[in-house]
Design a protein. Structure first.
Length: 247
């Protein structure tokens, strides 16, 4: 973990209110696992807390983040231009461990909304191991869908939208009976994680990436405790085996 001023390479809207930000710097060489995140300082001095954003893709010299504009911090991010420097703490969190995965295992990767973002790098890593992947990706509507073509390069993709404007109508739950994996990875809103936890309760290898409001991001302030107060999402997680945590 380090603090570094990363340089903005590109910053563009890729779906309604969803932006793709590519950054470069030495820190990228320390990014070696999907599911980790960066803790980013805003330039507006009134925004004191850093904003946690997942690493969506790690490439040779750059990393890519996908962010949804929801408030002052993420709105400021849309104004960043190529060449701007961004005060970044990272990479943080434990990320997804794949050591247990055997090549013949079938993997299901499930995401909802902006929780789909870290699953792209995860998909790249699982694909590189030669495993068969089915992605189940949920969005509010067709305008909110991002990175569909990128995910299709890595495996089968089932899209669900709340309003039925693309793919299956409904949340990701409507597609869960279509898969029979031995390992499952998920990131998204709490109801999605709860659904995955209960639907795949018979499987050992189910990993959930949790989202919690954060302050320090490094396990020092206890501001991001899990519901049962036993773990800190920032440093013990954000990825947990399903039985390790109360979602
Ligand atoms: C581990 C982790 C990974 C994340 N990855 C992504 C990602 O890849 N892309 C993305 O768009 N968003 C991601 N988020 C959510 C993102 O951190 C918030 O949307 C963002 O901090 C909102 O900041 P804001 O100033 O725009 O909103 P405001 O609502 O103005 O923020 C006010 C405060 O609340 C915090 N906050 C608000 N919403 C959230 C939230 N959902 N989770 C955590 N803190 C929040 C902010 O950090 C800030 O401190 C992630 C959150 C966590 C914990
Ligand atoms: S944000 Fe401080 S302990 Fe997690």
């Amino acid at each position: 973990m380090q603090i570094e001023w990363l340089e903005v390479v590109t910053n563009k809207e890729v779906a309604h209110n969803i932006f793709e930000l590519t950054l470069k710097g030495k820190m990228v060489s320390n990014m070696n696992r999907s599911g980790q995140f960066l803790h980013i300082k805003m330039k507006d001095p009134s925004l004191v807390l850093r904003r946690p954003i997942s690493i969506a893709s790690i490439d040779d010299e750059t990393c890519t983040l996908l962010y949804r504009v929801v408030g002052k911090g993420t709105l400021e991010m849309t104004e960043w231009q190529p060449g701007d420097l961004v005060d970044t703490l990272g990479p943080l969190g434990n990320g997804f461990h794949l050591d247990f995965l055997k090549r013949e295992e079938e993997v299901c990767i499930i995401g909802g909304g902006i929780g789909v973002a870290p699953l792209y790098e995860l998909g790249k890593e699982v694909h590189a191991r030669g495993n068969k992947i089915t992605f189940i990706l949920g969005f509010a509507n067709a305008d909110d869908i991002y990175y569909l073509e990128e995910f299709k390069q890595l495996g089968a993709v089932i899209v669900c939208t709340d309003d039925g404007s693309a793919g299956l109508k409904g949340h990701v739950g409507v597609a869960l009976d279509q898969v029979n994996p031995t390992a499952v990875f998920a990131c998204g809103p709490t109801p999605l994680l709860q659904l995955v936890q209960s639907h795949f309760s018979h499987l050992e290898h189910v990993y959930l990436s949790l989202e919690e409001r954060m302050a320090c991001g490094i396990g020092a302030c206890y501001g991001c405790d899990t519901k049962d107060k036993k773990k800190r999402v920032c440093s013990d997680g954000p990825v947990f085996q399903k039985d390790e945590v109360m979602v």
